[in-house]
Design a protein around this ligand. Structure first.
Ligand code: C2O
Length: 546
């Protein structure tokens, strides 16, 4: 195991996309940001130097942060932001997980341009045939406007933020947009096997991804190995990753890769397609400038944007790879059961909200009718560590106050949402089972629910209202998916289970970025354990305070 040191200079970058030059916030002048490549067991130190005009934090999405909650990164949950002009060293061990994760800003809309891969290689071999080459594919979203302004504007008006202007593959929209030619290009050799590490870094869209003429064998999701799963389409929700093998076995030619939205709701969505080119290294003369490449390439047939069947098939298809000595067997005894109904609804107006109807209230999102309020002045983790009073309460409800028809969009059925900073306290090492039930008060939608600090087992998921006996009959307790982000089916539910073996405070939230400031979150406060190796250490000396 090594100690790996990296430096992130965060600052302005002027970049041209869709024929318009825009100033974005970027790490080390790159979009996507730099790749962090480590081996399981390494210790990572990332020195973040904030030379940007914004206060910000960086989160290491999917990393367990065992006994290092101070490095997790969600703004006002585990730290105050690194102020413009300030710096902080995120220090943590990368233990007990392998595969593709990523890092991203965890404040406002900054993750649109502040993100990059975090690759964890096994200390020994992969549990699948060694690929000839590894390729990272980051799917993203692009706004012509400043993304912080997009977010601020939505918060002020109490509405939803503007949708993006393009999707991107490795930072580039591709040639299907007006005024866009620049494309990511991947050269392959016939017969070789490529490991694609696919990351959905889009803010607000689940995405279909295909490569014309090629199929994939999924070998990992969210940095956990799966049994080989063959498919010609990859589906990812924001936050999720998929590692897939792809053999260059098509006739040597040019092929498009495409990414477009899986739009689970009837709301507005970005209906465009990002493209990149896969080209066989068969005859370089064809790529001469007199012969433009793109028009000759074949285009994959993408699923319709509303194709929930295809999304559901992919989301429920892979099972986890159970290996000898696998430490991640499903715990069978559950100590805490919770039913979390979540989605969009209405809450009382905030004083500064412009478009708020005083009787109906303002658009808000909630879990169990609590719209999560981020604390100000002190982070939750610091308040937890110091035992500070008045920052949060521990009465996050175990279930909704009223059980109603969650799949029906009648506003009157759900109780009015309250705005509060409520956490659920857990004892160290207890096993928690959560029913995650989507609500449909303002229309059905699939929300990607992400838990910090832990992976969880996805025991079952389906459409409609959760029914205990039906759900239990569906439980996979043998080789369920192990994830950090589950796209709960639109108008449906999922049951997840995790062991609270990491002291600290851990946010669970919708990874559609527009829903986080609206309150689609809650927090688990995990107490210290009985032994020295289960006690949250003190904060590092450079820990940012407000
Ligand atoms: Cu990918 Cu709370 O984050």
């Amino acid at each position: 195991a090594k100690i790996i040191l990296r430096t992130f200079h965060v600052g302005n970058l002027t970049i041209s996309r869709l024929c318009q030059s825009t100033v974005i916030t970027a790490v080390n002048g790159k979009l996507p940001g730099p790749t962090i490549d480590v081996h399981e067991g390494d210790t990572l130190l990332v020195h973040v130097i904030n030379e940007s005009p914004y206060d910000l934090t960086i989160h290491w999405h999917g990393i367990f942060q065992k006994l290092s909650a101070w490095a997790d990164g969600p703004n006002m949950i585990t730290q105050c932001p690194i102020q413009s002009g300030g710096s902080y060293v995120y220090r943590f061990n990368v233990m007990g997980q392998e595969g593709t994760l990523w890092w991203h800003a965890h404040v406002s809309y900054l993750r649109a341009t502040l993100h990059g891969p975090l690759i964890i290689r096994p200390r020994e071999a992969y549990p699948f045939p060694k690929p000839d080459k590894e390729v990272t594919i980051i799917l993203g979203e692009w706004w012509k406007d400043n993304v912080v302004d997009v977010d601020t504007q939505a918060l002020l008006t109490g509405g939803v933020p503007n949708i993006s202007d393009a999707f991107t593959i490795n930072g580039k929209p591709g040639d299907q947009y007006e005024c866009s030619k620049d494309m990511y290009r991947l050269t392959v050799y016939s017969g070789k096997t490529y490991l694609l590490r696919i990351i959905n870094a889009a803010l607000d869209h689940q995405l279909f991804f295909k490569v014309a003429g090629h199929s994939f064998t999924v070998v990992a999701i969210d940095a956990t190995y799966t049994n080989p799963y063959t498919t010609d389409v990859i589906v990812t929700a924001p936050g999720q990753t998929v590692d897939a093998l792809m053999v260059a076995d098509a006739s040597p030619s040019l092929y498009y890769m495409s990414a477009r939205a899986y739009a689970s709701s009837k709301g507005a969505y970005n209906n465009s397609t990002a493209t990149a080119i896969l080209q066989y290294n068969y005859n370089t003369s064809l790529s001469s400038s007199s012969q433009p490449l793109a028009p000759k390439a074949s285009m994959p047939v993408m699923p319709a944007a509303t194709d929930t069947d295809t999304a559901h098939r992919f989301y429920t298809g892979p099972t986890s790879l159970v290996r000898p000595g696998n430490p991640t067997a499903v715990p069978l005894e559950v100590s805490t059961r919770m039913f979390v109904a979540f989605g969009l609804g209405l809450a009382t107006c905030q004083p500064q909200q412009l478009l708020c109807n005083q009787t109906r209230g303002a658009l808000a999102a909630s879990m169990n009718n609590v719209s999560f309020q981020f604390p100000t002045g002190i982070s939750l983790l610091e308040a937890h560590y110091k035992g500070a009073n008045g920052v949060y309460t521990t009465d996050f409800p175990n279930k909704p106050a009223v059980l109603y028809d969650f799949t029906s969009n009648k506003i009157g059925m759900a109780p009015f949402t309250e705005k509060a900073t409520k956490v659920k306290r857990l004892r160290y090492n207890e096993t928690v089972e959560l029913v995650l039930q989507n609500t449909a008060i303002l229309g059905t939608e699939s929300h990607p629910i992400h838990l910090h600090g832990f992976n969880f087992f996805v025991l079952a998921q389906d459409f409609g209202n959760y029914e205990e006996s039906k759900a239990r009959a569906m439980y996979n307790l043998v080789d369920p998916q192990v994830r950090n982000t589950v796209a709960v089916p639109a108008g449906g539910w999922a049951v997840i289970r995790f062991v609270a073996n990491n002291p600290g405070v851990w946010i669970m939230h919708c990874h559609l970025d527009m829903h986080l400031p609206m309150g689609l979150a809650t927090v688990f406060e995990v107490e210290d354990g009985p032994t020295a190796d289960a006690i949250l250490p003190p904060p590092p000396s450079d820990f940012p305070i407000c």
